[in-house]
Design a protein around this ligand. Structure first.
Ligand code: SAM
Length: 193
């Protein structure tokens, strides 16, 4: 999987993204609750795409939301849609980007499989979590559906690692807080200690 292919793939989908995807608000609410997004939280939305999650994060009372996406077209749309002093959109590679502050909650929603080095990403993100902060990686639909959907796009996505492998990656960096492995949601979360 080449980063340039990922960028081109998502750049080409960006203008139709919001019309194509279906947002299940119940799932989004569960993801944000499990990521501990609440009043005054400082939140990082990794692989934010067009910023689908951002209004829901703000609704929870977050103080600041940073969205990062490697696709310039996705990041541009996210910035256009979310003009608020509470929102910052960065176009960049979340595996290597540094930040000048740490986060209460970091969410990777429907994006984890597109990262070329999944463990590097977790390690990087955990560095920017506050102590007691939560990292939450989630995919909807769940494990099997995501992997069968992704099989035909192997040039721009990996499959989700086995649950045990995900747990092992998390355990090297955070204390596991929650695991959901259901038909419509796969989620793993951990707390920085
Ligand atoms: C399937 S989309 C999901 C977008 C959004 N989270 C949503 O649920 O609508 C995955 C996103 O991850 C982004 N992405 C892939 N690799 C990335 C990287 N290394 N750094 C930042 N974003 C990345 C893609 O550009 C794409 O917008």
């Amino acid at each position: 999987m080449l980063v340039q292919d990922v960028i081109e793939f998502f750049d080409s989908l960006a203008s139709d993204w919001d019309e194509t995807i279906q947002v299940d608000e119940k799932i989004v609410d569960e993801v944000l609750n499990r990521a501990n997004v609440k009043e005054d939280a400082i939140v990082l939305d990794v692989g934010c795409g067009t910023g689908v999650l951002i209004p829901y994060i703000l609704e929870k009372g977050a103080k600041k939301v940073t969205g990062i996406d490697i696709s310039p077209n996705m990041a541009r749309i996210a910035a256009e849609k979310n003009k608020s002093e509470k929102v910052e959109i960065i176009c960049g590679d979340a595996s290597s980007k540094g930040y000048d502050h740490r986060f209460d909650s970091i969410i990777v929603y429907n994006a984890y499989t597109h990262f070329y080095d999944p463990e590097l990403l977790v390690e990087k993100l955990c560095h920017y979590l506050k102590k007691g902060g939560v990292l939450c990686i989630a995919h909807s639909p769940g494990y099997e559906n995501v992997n069968s959907m992704h099989e035909k796009y192997s040039h721009v996505t990996n499959l989700l690692p086995e649950t045990e492998e995900m747990k092992a990656i998390f355990e090297r960096h955070v204390k596991i807080k929650g695991l959901v492995d259901e038909k419509d949601l796969f989620l793993i979360s951990g707390i920085k200690y």
